[in-house]
Design a protein around this ligand. Structure first.
Ligand code: ZN
Length: 132
């Protein structure tokens, strides 16, 4: 799977976003080293604190399925289903990614509908992260 294809999978995942409160739809696609892609979308809640981000949905789906070796993740977000360049993982998701991803693992930040992206990694987004 190419990086662009993973970005397009994130765009598809964002279509399932449940964000009636913020109107900010986020999708993530996580490629495991075995080739499986786990998608995630943000899921909001009237009580706010149960809300979960797309990145964590994707990571937790993979981990709960027994897959912990990740190749890369793509993230896309935007208000009212329009893609805003670029949406980065929030602080909580950065911490979760740092638990399972190498500092150099590519994090693709989708810029538009055709899957252009900026590339970063957790080492850049969360330096000196809390780890074992
Ligand atoms: Zn988050």
């Amino acid at each position: 799977m190419t990086k662009r294809e993973l970005c397009l999978a994130a765009i598809d995942a964002a279509k399932k976003s449940y964000a009636p409160y913020s109107g900010f739809n986020v999708g993530a696609a996580l490629l495991c080293k075995n080739g499986i892609v786990y998608s995630g979308c943000n899921i909001e809640n009237a009580a706010f604190s149960p809300t979960v981000c797309a990145e964590r949905v994707a990571v937790f789906k993979a981990v709960s399925d027994g897959n912990l070796d990740f190749e890369m993740i793509a993230v896309v977000g935007g208000k009212n289903r329009n893609i805003s360049p670029v949406t980065t993982p929030c602080g909580v998701c950065r911490q979760v990614l740092s638990e399972f991803c190498s500092p150099e693992m590519p994090i693709l930040l989708v810029k538009n509908e055709i899957g252009d992206f900026e590339e970063t990694n957790i080492g850049a987004l969360l330096p000196s992260s809390f780890t074992l």
